[in-house]
Design a protein around this ligand. Structure first.
Ligand SMILES: [Zn+2]
Length: 60
């Protein structure tokens, strides 16, 4: 079961989850704020974090 990285569009936090491939497009709720506005991100861009959902990375 592969690990996918998601980011929360509400609070901008990122988290990783082990998900079945069939459920990768069904993002889990955010562990920080319980928002369901999370989206799948691809961690291939490990060098530059462009933030979540276009939100500028200014979260503490
Ligand atoms: Zn959140």
């Amino acid at each position: 079961m592969p690990m996918y990285e998601y980011c929360c569009d509400a609070c901008g936090s990122r988290f990783s989850r082990l998900r079945p491939v069939a459920e990768r497009s069904v993002p889990p709720p955010c562990p920080s704020c319980s928002s369901e506005r999370t989206e799948l991100v691809f961690s291939r861009t490990s060098a530059g974090e462009s933030g979540c959902g276009g939100r500028p990375s200014g979260f503490s």
